[in-house]
Ligand binder design. Structure first.
Ligand SMILES: [Fe+2]
Length: 178
């Protein structure tokens, strides 16, 4: 279940109702999917073959299709990051820069954990996501994604137009590293 930390105040927001309400106030879509539908052999697996990725997508098919019908997503895939990726440090450095996109950034965490750092009405806040958490950062909203201390995640990504999904750097003097 997601938790939130507001960077300016250090305040934590925990519990489903409070987390949902804070994200809604900040125009961030949030939901929770039942990832127990995914085959058990993949619950803690971060080196995924194409077949593994297809098995995860097949297990989550109904949730993916429902969300896509509601919000206009037309394509989806699986991303996996862990220390077995030889370029993980470089990738994280590249990720940890505030940016925007011309469409939503949607992630459904299926294993491991991750953090979205998002610019909201109270300044930047961190949303820590665990398996089942589904989030959509709205188009044009400054943010970045990074890993937690466990440094591993598997997530479903959903797109309106994968060709248009490019990071635009957002140089924000208000942003302070945690
Ligand atoms: Fe992004």
């Amino acid at each position: 279940m997601a938790t939130i930390r507001i960077r300016n105040t250090g305040e934590w927001i925990e519990g489903d109702a409070a987390v949902r309400s804070y994200l809604t106030e900040n125009d961030v879509y949030y939901d929770h999917w039942d990832v127990e539908q995914i085959p058990a052999r993949l619950h803690n697996q971060f080196d995924l073959t194409d077949d593994d990725k297809n098995d995860i997508l097949a297990a989550m098919k109904n949730d993916i299709e429902n969300l896509s019908a509601q919000r206009g997503y037309v394509k989806w895939d699986i991303i996996s990051l862990s220390d077995s990726n030889p370029n993980l440090e470089e990738l994280l450095k590249k990720f940890e820069q505030v940016h925007t996109h011309s469409e939503d950034e949607v992630r459904a965490i299926t294993a491991g954990s991750g953090i979205f750092v998002i610019k909201g009405k109270d300044g930047y806040f961190d949303v820590r996501l665990t398996p089942g958490d589904v989030i959509s950062v709205p188009e044009g909203n400054p943010h970045f994604f990074t890993l937690t201390e466990e440094r591993k995640v598997v997530a479903v990504r959903l797109f309106i137009d994968p060709a248009g999904w490019v990071a635009q750097p957002y140089d924000d003097p208000a942003f302070q590293k945690a």
